[in-house]
Design a protein around this ligand. Sequence first.
Ligand SMILES: Nc1nc2c(ncn2[C@@H]2O[C@H](COP(=O)(O)OP(=O)(O)OP(=O)(O)O)[C@@H](O)[C@H]2O)c(=O)[nH]1
Ligand SMILES: [Mg+2]
Length: 418
Amino acid sequence: MIDNVRIWVKSGDGGNGVVHFIRAKYVPRGGPDGGNGGKGGDIYLVGDGDLNTLRYFTYHQSFSASDGQNGSGNLKKGAAGGDLHIKVPLGTTVYRITEEETPQLLANITEKGQEVLVAEGGRGGCGNAHYKTSTHQAPHIAQLGVPGEEYTLLLQLKLIADVGIIGQPNAGKSTLLAAASAAKPKIASYPFTTTEPILGVVNIDDNTFTLAEIPGLIEGAHEGRGLGYEFLRHVERTRVLIHLLDGTRENPVADFREVRRELLLYDSSLMGKPFVVAVNKTDLPEVKKRQTVLKEELQTLEVPLFFISADRKQGITELMTGVALLLEKLKTEQTEETVSRVIYRPKSRYDRITVLRDEDGFVVSGPGVARLKIQADSPQEIALLKEQLNTLGATKILHKAGIQGGDRVRVGNINMEW
Ligand SMILES: Nc1nc2c(ncn2[C@@H]2O[C@H](COP(=O)(O)OP(=O)(O)OP(=O)(O)O)[C@@H](O)[C@H]2O)c(=O)[nH]1
Ligand SMILES: [Mg+2]
């Protein structure tokens, strides 16, 4: 009863701070004026009342916010990366998938406009102007931006039921629900008796599924008439539909087409939802008489067709077996689909760092490391370099590799003692 999708998010990297000195005529040794890097963009999930499914994510699975810009001379701060807002339907539960593949609950998105920060943009690095002190007037060091965060998220949306019963008011939806399950909905001979979806549990052979009466469909529902959108929103959150037709109506086939049309106008992808058709009230002679004609007309649809009397509980088992078969078929199709779908799983940021050991000590390399800016090897700048190695995750790897105090470490053009 749950829709699941996995997505990958990466917030923007922070921009780097720069090493820069004031260059002006008649100022032979200008002070440091390297600006800070901008912050990377954040990623938020936002509750959106107009969405009802996670379908969008079938084809959109990776999201990244833009990086912060590097700082520049004249104390110019780099521009911040743009934030990314990803819309999700209300009722979405968000989990973060850990490296051990355990989902960690992050949030329940239940309100319109509710924002959940799922990946925070990296801080920008400080420019060399930041490191100027009374004793250190010309620092040749700037800080790298902090890399953005990368996560795999699991989004879940609960369906209201496996199967939805839809049809004109008075078609007998409540009566059918009562006949197929232990639910006791109100049944009455006037339209719009039911105003909220009502749920029941159906047990048929070895199968169990949930069945919901979805009320309120009339012509113009897609424009909000009757129970309007509400009704259609519920339809989206079922797997299979039962189109229930009232056999006593003047033209049940026209009724059926009208319901299909409302679905189409609301969201054409609803047309792809598997369905069966059931003509109700066959206990009445007037309906019995029309059965052959109706059968001929409805058979052209090439979908499972049933004639039932919800009131007398006739044909209910056959109908529910037909529905169970559709659900079963859907299950196998969906597993095949998930198996073939490639999940984009980038390497964690630590994997980008390489640590080698040779006779002289350790060599740290990698794209992030190559960007480290250090131009002198004063103790102060070495300390800052170590801080940056830590941010990049290199320290963790060096410890794993068994580094000891006093060992030599080479990073780019710097050869330092650990
Ligand atoms: N003769 C006969 N009457 C039925 C049958 N099924 C339902 N009815 C009658 O049709 C009327 C409407 O039944 P409901 O089950 O309330 O219909 P509904 O589709 O749920 O109606 P709303 O909730 O108002 O949209 C009631 O008077 C039922 O007794 C049937 O199989 N045979
Ligand atoms: Mg009803």
